[in-house]
Design a protein around this ligand. Structure first.
Ligand SMILES: NC(=O)c1ccc[n+]([C@@H]2O[C@H](COP(=O)([O-])OP(=O)(O)OC[C@H]3O[C@@H](n4cnc5c(N)ncnc54)[C@H](O)[C@@H]3O)[C@@H](O)[C@H]2O)c1
Length: 332
């Protein structure tokens, strides 16, 4: 049985990744500083070490003592708006985090990594449906830190390859993550559309639609929504791919989305349907920096990883709604 170190395993996505890695028969050791995560989310059968991913010494010690085979690195700060206000904080948290993880892996001789990147790496691409080779021009410090992380992983892998040790690596660019795998693992941040809509309607407000004059069929922005359980399973497929590469030569990058888009109006219509009443969205001005369409091309991940999303928008909204009360109580 292999053992994976999972950074950020007390977070929204990380807690789902822990569940899926454990279900696949792997052991999991979580490192998390609980800065935005919650101890209550940590899977019972995962080991937990509280600490920062910027602490190379601690990470190397955990890797050596726990006999770690590979790392899934998710721990990061993720609020785009906050990253514009506090860029240095984001660079320190996210870039130093990747640096410390890679240094510790090198020290401890761990040669497999799955890295959590983001569609924010693309910025505002010229095409709506993006393949992995689309130019990356992030439009926020957050997106920059995620892209820099990809570069660091690849550069370190190349240097270890030249040195003969290798570093099997897979970077996953997540699109719009939504839903919950259980009522205890909902998203506690309200930066994404579905939690924003749930918060608005449960506090007697109207969810806002930022811009209704985009060149899309209903005038609102189109995004690729991916269920967090599907996303978590893509990490297991990526870990498996790394495990099959005994020489550490693998270096891959995949979009993780459904490969189809939903407009803001369609998502809010689904929220109304699931809640059983009209959430009555309010149309407001466009926000700066929102591309009209951002949808993943998923041919590569389907072909190479054999992974495909199975859950749909209704599953995402229903599970997010069902997990909402607990997410609110965690946030309080
Ligand atoms: N949620 C999304 O829609 C989305 C989309 C694209 C990419 N991502 C990426 O997915 C990853 C996880 O996001 P999430 O939505 O689960 O966020 P989250 O805030 O719920 O989880 C992040 C976890 O990392 C931990 N953490 C943060 N900084 C740390 C540090 N310095 N040391 C140790 N632990 C630390 C937090 O305590 C938390 O448990 C992030 O890397 C994020 O950039 C998220």
């Amino acid at each position: 049985m292999s053992r994976w170190l999972l950074t950020g395993g007390a977070g929204y996505i990380g807690s789902h990744v822990a569940v899926e890695l454990l279900a696949s028969g792997r052991d999991v050791v979580i490192v998390d500083d609980l800065s935005t995560g919650f101890a209550a989310r940590i899977a019972d059968s995962a080991a937990f070490v509280e600490g920062s991913v910027q602490d190379t010494k601690l990470l190397a010690k955990v890797m050596r003592e726990r006999d770690i085979d590979g790392v899934v690195h998710l721990a990061a700060k993720k609020a785009v708006g906050e990253s514009v206000e506090r860029p240095l904080y984001y660079y320190r948290e996210n870039v130093d985090g990747v640096l410390a993880v890679l240094a510790a892996m090198n020290e401890a001789g761990v040669n497999k990594i799955v890295y959590s990147s983001s569609a924010a790496a693309y910025g505002e691409p010229a095409v709506g449906e993006v393949a992995e080779d689309e130019p990356t021009v992030p439009t926020s410090p957050y997106g920059e830190t995620k892209l820099i992380g990809e570069w660091m992983v690849r550069a370190q892998a190349e240097s270890q390859r030249l040195a003969g040790s290798g570093l099997a690596n897979v970077s996953l660019r997540y699109f719009n993550v939504a839903g919950a795998g259980s009522d205890l693992l909902g998203d506690t941040s309200v930066a994404n559309l579905i939690p924003m809509a749930l918060r608005a309607t449960t506090s007697d407000k109207r969810p806002m639609i930022f811009g209704t004059d985009y060149p899309t069929p209903d005038g609102t922005c189109i995004r690729d929504y991916i269920h967090v359980v599907d996303l978590a399973r893509s990490h297991v497929a990526a870990a498996e791919l790394c495990e099959r590469d005994s020489q550490g030569q693998l270096s891959e990058l995949f979009n993780v989305g459904r490969g189809s888009g939903s407009s803001v109006r369609e998502v809010l219509a689904m929220v109304s349907e699931v809640l059983g009443y009209d959430v009555d969205p309010q149309d407001v001005e466009r926000r700066q920096g929102d591309p009209a369409v951002l949808v993943a091309r998923t041919e590569k991940i389907e072909r190479v990883l054999g992974w495909k999303a199975e859950l749909d928008l209704r599953d995402m909204v229903q599970s997010a709604w069902s997990a909402w009360p607990h997410a609110v109580s965690l946030r309080a």
